[in-house]
Design a protein around this ligand. Structure first.
Ligand SMILES: [Zn+2]
Length: 194
């Protein structure tokens, strides 16, 4: 199982590296073939600048862009979520209290609620524990539940197959807001094999 998760992580990493190398190579190559590829190279340069710009967004920018007022407590809670990625209310409150003991549980809850309403966070349910987890990733993605750990699992191919299946079974595409697959690791099987 760990190997599978490592594989997924490496796939994502290699995709990013491949994209970066391909665009960099293309831009370098463009200087020798200025006519046809000029426009595309400029477009790719723009994309890299945009990607860097998004990556450089500060916590303040993220909160403000979501239409919320920036407060020290909101900055703190969002910063904690950037570290934890998926976490329960108690886990977040504990981490926040370690950094600022004046921020109590109900304040953390209210802030998290405002983040969910503003689509800064999403909420998922753990199928084993039944607990709710706040999730820093809001785009359509799947989850792998391995004991207490939750791993993001992005696979646009899987999402597409399910969407097509549903559409062929009388769902309208516009009726499907989001597809989330929950994969629960079978510990009986993994402990037998190991
Ligand atoms: Zn997630």
């Amino acid at each position: 199982m760990m190997n599978m998760m490592k594989g997924l992580f490496l796939d994502c990493l290699f995709d990013s590296i491949k994209y970066y190398l391909a665009t960099t190579f293309f831009i370098c190559f463009q200087s020798k073939m200025p006519n046809i590829q000029n426009f595309f190279a400029k477009y790719l340069q723009m994309r890299i600048i945009c990607i860097n710009f998004v990556a450089m967004k500060t916590v303040e920018d993220i909160i403000r862009d979501a239409g919320l007022r920036v407060t020290p407590q909101r900055r703190l809670v969002y910063g904690v979520m950037q570290e934890l990625r998926h976490a329960t209310l108690d886990e977040i409150a504990e981490r926040v209290a370690a950094q600022d003991s004046m921020v109590n549980l109900s304040t953390v809850y209210r802030i998290l609620d405002s983040f969910v309403e503003s689509r800064l966070l999403s909420v998922i349910y753990h199928p084993d524990t039944g607990k709710s987890y706040y999730d820093i990733t809001v785009g359509e993605h799947h989850h792998m539940f391995d004991g207490q750990s939750i791993v993001d699992f992005k696979d646009s191919g899987l999402t597409k197959v399910i969407r097509q299946y549903l559409v062929s079974h009388n769902f309208k595409d516009s009726e499907i807001e989001e597809i989330q697959v929950q994969i629960t690791v079978n510990h009986k099987l993994t402990s037998k094999n190991s």
